[in-house]
Design a protein around this ligand. Structure first.
Ligand code: NDP
Ligand code: OXD
Length: 323
């Protein structure tokens, strides 16, 4: 005999998904969740008629108070690779897994963004743009990839995915992470003791770390001073990792030749920030990479099903490490 609904435990009744449409591609994500949800209810914040039936919360930046009343929550799911806003959200219930997105299109987008920045500098296209505007025909000496070392700070899913095509383009690669890696063609440095050597080797420094207590402010004036003179910084992890004042000072002194910045301590970047107009800065509004909405929706459904089957979800954040 089947158990009447009203006697079933709350966690078994709760199958709904609550989506907070705060990401810039919220419409597409909502459409993708709608297409993938099957017979699960999908509610869009702030319209939550039955909070006790929400099994999964999907968000990038969760609105204040969103966890209130979600008594049967079994999964908190991000819509991107970095879930620091969810991780740090007040009221997030302990013991409920927090998952992030790892996806092919995200890897591809990040590799494209970083390689575009590196090629723009190494193949002098920023200078050729200026020459075109001034009607100057002047051939600059080509710099060869085999003479340039790219340092990737954060050799996780995205760092490794970016390293592969960079290697094919001929760049020398060094990487830095918490644990040592054995990826082909990348010299791996690990932990605080090896950070200085890693930095001293990086003509291009790609910052692709998650933001945690340990990585906040990690690229301060001392760390930046360890980069070779003329180095270029490509910052795509999170704002707050590169000290913006120290970066500007290093650009002004000529220690750094350029910075490509996609992430900032305060976003949107305040109109009075000196970064906007600095000739040594190329900036983009946090667009380096986002996963395909259908991949996000499929992963959310897969993880919810896994949890309901008693299996561990994919790409769960390690709460002790914070990423
Ligand atoms: P992963 O978790 O797969 O990788 C993180 C890497 O950082 C790992 O190699 C890890 O080391 C290393 N790391 C973390 N903390 C430390 C530390 N204290 N010291 C040394 N190494 C450390 O993340 P992803 O590659 O998927 O994403 C990285 C970040 O990129 C995201 O957290 C997000 O902030 C950012 N991002 C930005 C986007 C944008 O549009 N600008 C888009 C997508 C992501 P180990 O391998 O040893 O654990
Ligand atoms: C992400 C981002 O972390 O978009 O995925 O920044």
């Amino acid at each position: 005999m089947s158990m009447p609904d009203k006697q079933a435990p709350a966690a078994n009744q709760a199958r709904g998904i609550l989506f907070c449409p705060t990401a810039s591609n919220a419409d597409l994500l909502q459409e993708a969740l709608e297409a993938a949800r099957g017979d699960r209810p999908l509610w869009i914040w702030p319209d939550v008629p039955s909070p006790e039936k929400v099994a999964c919360l999907v968000a990038f930046r969760p609105p204040p108070g969103v966890f209130e009343g979600l008594a049967a929550l079994r999964l908190v799911h991000g819509v991107g690779a970095g879930v620091n806003a969810l991780r740090d959200a007040p009221g997030r219930p302990a013991g409920v897994p927090l998952c992030r997105v790892v996806a092919e299109e995200l890897d591809q987008g990040m590799a494209q963004h970083i390689i575009h920045a590196i090629l723009r500098e190494t193949r002098d296209h920023r200078l050729y743009d200026e020459q075109q505007r001034a009607r100057i025909w002047k051939r600059l000496t080509q710099r060869h990839a085999c003479d340039i070392t790219v340092g990737i700070m954060g050799l996780g899913a995205l760092g490794l995915a970016t390293a592969r095509p960079l290697r094919q383009l001929g760049y020398n690669l060094v990487g830095w992470s918490r644990s040592r890696k054995s990826a082909e063609g990348i010299e791996s440095f690990a932990g605080p003791a090896e950070m200085g050597t890693f930095l001293s080797r990086s003509d291009f420094l790609v910052v692709l770390l998650p933001i945690t207590a340990e990585t906040h402010g990690i690229l301060d004036a001392t760390a930046l001073s360890k980069l070779p003179r003329g180095a270029v910084v490509v910052a795509v992890g999170r704002g707050g990792q590169v000290d913006e004042a120290a970066l500007l000072a290093a650009l002004d002194s000529g220690h750094l030749s350029h910075a490509h910045l996609d992430v900032f301590e305060t976003e949107p970047l305040p109109a009075d920030s000196a970064l906007w107009a600095h000739p040594g800065v190329t900036l983009t509004p946090h667009i380096a990479a986002s996963p395909h909405p259908l991949a996000v929706a499929r992963l959310v459904m897969e993880n919810l099903s896994r949890i309901e089957r008693g299996e561990p979800p994919l790409h769960a954040v390690d709460e002790a490490r914070g990423y």
